[in-house]
Write a protein that binds this ligand. Structure first.
Ligand code: SME
Length: 160
């Protein structure tokens, strides 16, 4: 059983979002806060869409540097979320065909789209070394985080 305190992490992120930091710095700090609070979050990142190129771009992360900093729409779990506009929880990445491996240690992944005025402009992506660790609580929490990020940073998210 993984012990997690979603409300504590949410308060920390809310407080951070009130500090008027530049968007990119704020996003990086949010990644670090989430990684620090949750044992099952081994890598946390934000990707944003380039609609002209039809690609996702990694703009902020906490964890080891990864190879997939640019992902075509439709490719991998992230690329699929860019086109589906739906949450995607992968309990076991080895069971996925359309998956881009960032590290052989990663066993599961959750990707939640980030909407600005109803448009899917990016996503939060979390990798875990544990198999099947993500619950509905993670989903709701991360939807909340994406909502707060969108509400706070608004259109600056389109210019990262
Ligand atoms: N696994 C992702 C690629 C991004 S890394 O997890 C950071 C995917 O399949 O889209």
């Amino acid at each position: 059983m993984i012990e997690v305190d979603f409300s504590k992490a949410l308060s920390e992120v809310s407080a951070l979002l009130k500090t008027n930091l530049p968007t990119l710095v704020g996003l990086e700090k949010i990644c670090a806060i989430l990684k620090k609070h949750f044992e099952h979050y081994d890598w946390v990142g934000f990707y944003f869409s380039d609609f002209k190129k039809q690609t996702l771009h990694l703009k902020a992360f906490s964890g080891n540097p990864v190879e997939h900093t640019e992902i075509p729409f439709g490719k991998g779990i992230c690329g699929q979320v860019a086109v589906s506009n739906e949450n995607f929880i992968v309990p076991d990445v080895l069971a996925q065909n359309n998956y881009l491996a960032c590290s052989i240690d990663v066993r599961s992944e959750i990707v939640i789209p980030l909407f600005l005025e109803g448009e899917n402009i990016g996503q939060i992506d979390i990798d875990s070394k544990k198999i099947d660790p993500f619950t509905n609580e993670d989903t709701h929490f991360l939807e909340n985080i994406c909502g707060l990020v969108s509400k706070t940073y608004k259109t600056s998210l389109l210019r990262l």
